[in-house]
Design a protein around this ligand. Structure first.
Ligand SMILES: Nc1ncnc2c1ncn2[C@@H]1O[C@H](COP(=O)(O)OP(=O)(O)OP(=O)(O)O)[C@@H](O)[C@H]1O
Ligand SMILES: [Mg+2]
Length: 451
């Protein structure tokens, strides 16, 4: 590409230390450049380090390894010319729209009249003229996010980093705002020379970006990228756009099939450390009911066992953030295969769907023990325990060696929900004890929610 790089990242790495002192790499070997005139979309699983990367790119936190250059110079501190928009609106509730937007300028020692004029300009540009005196609580979610964007734009940044800026909004409001930003961008209405947009929505990424980056997890790094050379405005229903969306789904699910997994396992060392890393694997955040529903739908016409993921998303009305983890979970358990952006039911998955409740539990439990080391470890530990009971905190501590607390809790919660469904172990919500199935694990208990 001929355009000069505005932000260049080379071999960027970041580690975080967990509460118990374990060091965990969150980003490793991130290489990429954001170039003059382009919009780049960044897609990746939850927890893969996207927000951390954005904070590094804005100079808000330092990288531990590698280098970030802004216009050729190493970036050491928050850069004035780089603005960030967050998912949560982060407005001060006691300040008016005008005052919230002016905040972006105050730190620069700009004179008050000039500040006011610039803020008014940014507010008008983003479509909020007339609301300067309103307080945030008087505005809708979409309008509040516009204030956040006006605050980012008022400083006339070279680079705008948007971290899921549209995902807290309802679909239509998010689309409107995205369109407005693209219009401003195209019309030269804003001074920004490059944008990086983090999204959980594949269609949004393809509609907005010149380039889509797909992040891998643990540690986070650029796994693949795809150029989007279609003219704007882009029609979401056009064949070209659908084709690219398909391609992105394929890239995002590549390597998640079981074949890929067993190859990985075979290549891993037979020594204990290999077990350690797989124990703390970030299980996809998918609940059993959704996995069941997806598998059932997959077997019905028009899919008859194989579905294109974008079509399945449309059919089931699941968002990408819901569908992809469920599809990954089915693949992990061997109930389906992910192949070139399609989800295909396996013979085992078909038996599962057609089976009775008891057969489903049995198959699920068997696959869980075979393919999820954490579940196998919990089961094995319970079998060794004197009364077949152990506190969940024991397993949480183990996970916290490699995941941060919130992720460790989420992963254990997923493992427990799956373990209960497969009758591999049970869990008592009142005591926080994990236990061997009593056989009398009644259906009522299976449905109660965690307090
Ligand atoms: N200050 C911190 N201290 C310790 N761990 C952190 C810190 N900030 C982030 N993490 C961890 O680093 C990992 C990456 O987090 P990050 O928020 O960058 O992911 P993300 O890709 O933005 O996820 P999401 O899609 O859910 O927003 C996560 O496991 C997160 O919990
Ligand atoms: Mg994030």
């Amino acid at each position: 590409m001929a355009h000069p790089a505005i932000l260049e990242l080379s071999n960027v790495g970041k580690t975080f230390r967990s509460a118990d002192g374990h060091v965990r790499p969150v980003l490793a070997g991130v290489d990429f450049s954001l170039r003059e005139g382009e919009i780049v979309a960044l897609l990746g699983q939850s927890g893969s380090g996207k927000s951390t990367l954005l904070r590094i790119m804005a100079g808000l936190i330092p990288a531990d390894m590698g280098e970030v250059r802004y216009c050729g110079q190493p970036l050491y501190a928050p850069a004035r010319a780089i603005s960030m928009v967050f998912q949560s609106f982060a407005l001060f509730p006691w300040l008016t729209v005008q005052q919230n937007v002016e905040l972006g300028l105050e730190a620069r020692g700009m004179a008050a009249p000039q500040r006011a004029a610039k803020a008014e300009g940014a507010i008008a540009m983003i479509g909020l003229a007339g609301f300067e005196g309103a307080l945030p609580r008087e505005l809708s979610g979409g309008m509040r996010q516009r204030v956040g964007i006006a605050r980012a734009l008022v400083t006339e940044p070279d680079v705008l980093l948007m971290d899921e800026a549209f995902s807290a909004l309802d679909v239509l409001t998010g689309e409107r705002l995205r369109e407005d930003i693209l219009d401003l961008w195209r019309g030269g209405g804003m001074p920004t020379r490059a944008m990086l947009v983090v999204s959980h929505n594949i269609e949004e990424a393809v509609l907005m970006a010149d380039r889509v980056l797909i992040f891998a997890s643990d540690p986070g790094r650029v796994r693949s990228q795809l150029a989007v050379k279609l003219p704007r405005p882009r029609d979401p229903e056009s064949a070209d756009v659908r084709l690219l969306i398909d391609e992105v789904y394929a890239l995002m699910t590549a390597g998640a099939g079981r074949a890929g997994r067993s190859v990985d396992a075979a290549a891993g060392q037979a020594e204990a450390p290999a077990l350690q890393t797989s124990l703390a694997e970030r299980l996809p955040n998918a609940d059993v009911a959704r996995m069941d529903g997806l598998l059932e739908r997959l077997l019905e016409p028009p899919f008859n066992g194989r579905a294109d993921l974008p079509q399945l998303a449309e059919d089931t009305e699941l968002t990408d953030a819901e569908l992809l983890p469920a599809a990954h979970a089915l693949a992990l358990l061997g109930l389906a295969l992910l192949d070139a952006g399609d989800l295909q039911i396996t013979p085992l998955g078909q038996r599962y769907v057609e089976g009775s409740h008891t057969l489903r539990q049995e198959l699920f439990g068997q696959q869980l023990l075979a393919h999820v080391p954490l579940a196998a470890h919990i089961r094995h530990s319970l079998e060794q325990a004197p009364n077949g009971r152990l506190p969940e905190t024991l397993f949480l501590r183990l996970l916290a060696e490699q995941l941060d607390q919130a992720q460790a809790e989420r992963v254990l919660q997923t493992a427990i929900a799956w373990g209960r469904h497969g009758e591999v172990f049970g869990y008592d919500y009142t005591t926080g004890m994990v236990h061997l199935p009593t056989g009398a694990e009644d259906d009522e208990a299976l449905h109660d929610a965690r307090p």
